[in-house]
Write a protein that binds this ligand. Structure first.
Ligand code: ATP
Length: 471
């Protein structure tokens, strides 16, 4: 991205162009849920495809697709029933509920904006040390943090709020029928460790990858697709011999950062941030966030975690089934350690959308353009007849149908050619092809590049091969 864009601009463009709509829009929307429109579903599918190819088109990673509803014991073993909770606080006057840590983070941002950098650093230090509900409460009270809505400081105590959505299996809604909507896809991988390792005959180190929906009853949804209640994750668990974990942790940290670069995210917009040792999740030995600089500040897009043997050992204990690997060469058995890479498909789709946004001038006129990597662009090509006569529409339609066998192609014959280009620029289509009078004579077409707006002339027949090299 070379211009700064606000989140409001992105949300409005996303709606206007059919990338993302508020869920249940006609009923006033449902908080924290979003629907992907015609362009959005293509973009997100392409993001998922790019990840899936990078992660599973290799010999040592297998893919799976586990069900969203799982045995409730899974979430006891994983620790989610006991500790998958956020600290929440209520304001007694406004009756608004906040995530206590985010309330403090907002205060830090406010201090920074006011130029009170020293105070902001002090508060950040306190926040990083906070762990128990009382710690958050004390910080909020000591710093006189007020309700951003009502402006008062009459707070309840801070309580832990479990983020898992509950529902019931079968017709009777009692406690024995409770199941959860999975809050992460990872557990579907752990419980299938034996199945995959035995059926695929993989040898450690190897990985299992999955893309799928996850649900969290987030207290404060915010920032468009950044924090939603229903979202999609792309996770890979890499099983290694204990002792080899640190080496593989470094390996995946580098691999995953390279992936962002391959799809055009500039390195200045990315940074990695380690989790402080005393803030690590209950299962982790080390953890690093890959963060992107969003219009609202730096935010995590992907987490790389060393989960040790925590999950497999827990599932072995709770299920009474061995979760071990037998190393034939060394004749030893062990519970593998796990390096996890966990990225939000929806959160990263928003990152790619924001990063692609640009404005420039073409022929003296301002244009909005989405400079997606061609592999991520919703439409790869658009086909235009210059005018609606002299055989041009027929030729263009035929070309479009031919390309459509392999590529998402868009046909447009309405309006001036400049307007048709603009519409495609704003959808991020990398190439526009115009069929004109010469096409009918000699079979050549004009291909116009979205980024440079330069045009070149090639044969319509060679267009498929030309595109294959670029998208
Ligand atoms: P956060 O601290 O932002 O709540 P987290 O550390 O709980 O995130 P993980 O559990 O590590 O996140 O989840 C892995 C990835 O899943 C995140 O990096 C993010 O891309 C995505 N993700 C997590 N929660 C949400 C959410 N509520 N909405 C959208 N994406 C999410």
């Amino acid at each position: 991205m070379s211009v700064s864009v606000s989140l409001e601009q992105i949300v409005s463009l996303a709606k206007r162009r059919g990338f993302v709509f508020q869920s249940s829009d006609i009923y006033g929307g449902l908080n924290g849920c979003w629907d992907y429109g015609p362009l959005g579903v293509e973009l997100m599918n392409n993001v998922k495809e790019a990840w899936w190819r990078a992660m599973t088109y290799r010999d040592d990673i297998e893919g799976i697709d586990a069900s969203i509803l799982m045995h409730p014991r899974v979430w006891e073993a994983s620790g989610h029933v006991g500790s998958f909770a956020d600290p929440m606080i209520d304001n007694k006057t406004s009756k608004k509920r906040y995530r206590a840590d985010l309330l403090i983070e907002d205060e830090i941002t406010r201090l920074q904006k006011k130029g009170k950098d020293e105070d902001a650093v002090t508060l950040q230090g306190k926040l990083e040390k906070a762990a128990a509900p009382e710690d958050y409460y004390q910080i909020i009270v000591d710093n006189g943090i007020k309700d951003p809505v009502g402006g008062t400081d009459d707070w309840t105590e801070v309580r832990q709020f479990n983020l898992m959505f509950k529902t019931f299996i079968g017709p009777i809604e009692d406690s024995s029928a409770v199941v959860y909507l999975r809050p992460e896809t990872a557990q579907g991988i752990f419980v299938n460790f034996n199945n995959v390792y035995q059926s695929s005959r993989q040898k450690v180190p190897f990985g299992i990858a999955q893309i799928g929906k996850a649900f969290r009853n987030e207290i404060n949804t915010r920032n468009f697709l950044f924090r939603t209640r229903e979202f999609e994750q792309m996770e890979m668990q890499w099983f290694v011999k204990p002792g080899d974990d640190e080496k593989w942790y470094e390996y995946w940290l580098e691999e995953r950062q390279n992936w962002f670069g391959e799809y055009g995210i500039s390195s200045e917009k990315l940074r990695v941030k380690p989790h402080p040792y005393d803030k690590l999740a209950h299962y982790a030995k080390a953890a690093m966030d890959v963060e992107y600089e969003f219009p609202f500040g730096w935010g995590e897009v992907e987490g790389i975690h060393n989960r040790t043997d925590f999950d497999l050992a827990q599932h072995a204990e709770f299920s009474n089934k061995k979760m071990e690997y037998f190393d034939q060469a060394e004749n030893i058995r062990y519970v593998p350690y796990v390096i996890e890479t966990s990225i939000g498909a929806s959160r990263s789709t928003m990152m790619f959308l924001i990063d692609a946004y640009d404005e420039d001038k073409v022929g003296g006129e301002k244009r909005n353009v989405l400079r997606f990597h061609p592999k991520l662009a919703p439409y790869k090509v658009a086909i235009f007849p210059l005018i609606k006569k002299e055989g041009m529409p027929e030729f263009a339609q035929k070309l479009h149908k031919e390309l459509q066998k392999n590529y998402k192609s868009f046909y447009d014959e309405s309006g001036a050619i400049g307007r048709r280009y603009r519409r495609q620029d704003e959808a991020g289509t990398p190439f526009c092809v115009t069929v004109d009078g010469d096409t009918i004579e000699d079979g050549t077409v004009t291909v116009r590049d979205r980024d440079t707006t330069e045009q070149l002339r090639i044969t319509a027949e060679g267009l498929g091969a030309w595109l294959a090299e670029r998208v």
